[in-house]
Design a protein around this ligand. Sequence first.
Ligand SMILES: [Ca+2]
Ligand SMILES: [Ca+2]
Length: 696
Amino acid sequence: MKRNISRILIMALCLVVCAVIFTFISCDDFLPQKLSDKPPQTELKPPILAGETGGGSGSGETSDDGVSPITGNEGTWYQIFVWSYYDEVGKNGTGSRDGMGDLKGITKNLNHLGCKLNDPDHLAKINAREDCNKSMHVRGIWLTPIMPAPSYHRYDTTDYMTIEPEIGTMADFDALVAECHSRGINIILDLAINHTGPGHKWFQSALAEWRSGNLGKYAAYYNIKAADSRPNGGSGNWHSSYAGANPGNAGKTPDGKQLWFEGGFGPWMPELNWNNGALMKEFEEIMRFWLIDKKVDGFRLDATKHIFENGSFGSGDTNKNVDYWKWFADTARSIKPTVFMVGETIDGEGTILEYHRPGMSSFAFPFSEREGRIAQATLHGRGKFFADGVVWWDREIKSRSIYATTTPLLTNHDHDRSSQWFTADDHRKFAASLLLLMPGQPFIYYGDEIGLKGWKQSNGNAGHDDKWVRGPMIFWWFNHADNNNNPALGRPMGPPNENGHRWTVSTSAGSGWGGTVANPSKHGYPIWEERGGVGEQLKNDDSLLRHYIKIQNMKNRYPWIAWGKIDTAGIDVDGNGQVGAYRVTDNRPTIDGKPNPNFNRSVVIAHNADRRTDREGYIKINNQSISSGNSIGRPDLGEKPLTKKVVGFEATLAKTENEFNFKEPVRASSSLGEGVFWLKAYTTAIFVEDYVTVTE
Ligand SMILES: [Ca+2]
Ligand SMILES: [Ca+2]
């Protein structure tokens, strides 16, 4: 302080600059994956350089500052298959439990997902592992379809503006939304709008009009033709009779011609005719109803590429569909500017990317399942391949729309459960670190956080089908009486058995869901005899659930991971591609009109996917002075030039949240602005690059 400059005021916004390394217990019980193992599929494409794909200007959306409009509430999402989540009451939200999950069951268990925002000690409690630290702190829930529909999966909607009575009432839904919002949790609904169920009044009205010969409003809601033989050259996509809860023949016109309707997914899903303006108006009202009246925060959009086909089923007319979804996204956004939309496009990488152009997200399937990039890193040591993919994907989608965000997932209701093919807990934990620390808004499929297992019928898993991957969430496995002492977790949830838990769901005719599971072991559930459900895993610091919570807590300290700008400048790593790293920088000066205290802060996220060997990495920040006058840093504090640097690293081998308090840097580099990091085998680190403010 003797120096004769007026003053050096070092004001670290967060002197607890930190790198947190968390590690996992080595498991010598299993054979390590050989790094040379050939991935079990054809090589995924390398990242495409900017410009190669003609990224273009998206579909015309711009914003003043060129960055995504955000609310500050972005983050990790959680997908719930309502019927299997938690059974609290009977039909219509009343009476005693009936073996089916319901909306009240979700509301009751929200502590698992997030705690009250208005709790002033929120963060302190997290650090102290009290109350709220039982929560995963997700920022949103995706409910699979909750509207009336005859099938077990509910993607054959018969009424877009009511709630299926099996899971409760509209009042139950309102209560769930309110409770979610009080915890900072968004809710999006699953909309299946390529088709309806045959029981929808629109479809029945359409057929009635065709039969009467008086074609009115509804006749053109579906693709219906009158013909002596099956249309389109006998295409299997056209049906003369419909299936479902109340099957029937489509009937004939007054002059005796058979009626046929298009249904690419089968005779239980007649396809809507999206060339129809009246139908579009209909859906504007449906969107308004949910977004405004019911306060939902957005939609998950089913079967996006099937709206318009290019001839055969599944061919997907991308150009027409992108235009269609642009209409949808623009309409939704005009109703609610903050609406979040994510589509399901099951197709190649290039096609999925194109479905971001409408101004919505689209699930990042190239990162999912056992062949995706997360599994490639987890099972085959391909950390760099993963990180390169992260950077590539994020850049590609942002070049297509400012409203698009990376929306990765490990699995969903259509996939084999990840714990089935991640055979060890360290696999599961490492994969969770990869997923949750991806930029954008990752999705957790309910139960993945406790390692629920289950095969789907595909992949040669004879005797299995969808229900095996939509099994009961397990809140408690052992000692159901424990529940009495843990009211926050609600009543016990047992494993599936012959006595009525969950699997006695015999909903509606033709569902195929009914009956009990005669042999639970086939389902893979016995794993829980060792690990337990939510309740048991919360008590175990080394559990998979505790790992999810741990990462979520860390991630939520750096919320810009969900929206920031991504790059790899100055990052270098050793090894043969086992280490992958990328930087995410908060590029929002303001959030919701308020100065963003994290503006221009960044983190480097690094993963060592080598399961056996510690690896080095190197980060160099160019001590780059950021010129003043561009409102960086803390405009609310009137801060002047900021110098960005890595102040230090902490190399705590953190196993519990208590160790995340970033006490002191233990690995500060010798010169400011650069540093070497060292990652133990199969660990992940977050390095926080912070600011030191220097004023004269
Ligand atoms: Ca129930
Ligand atoms: Ca269609």
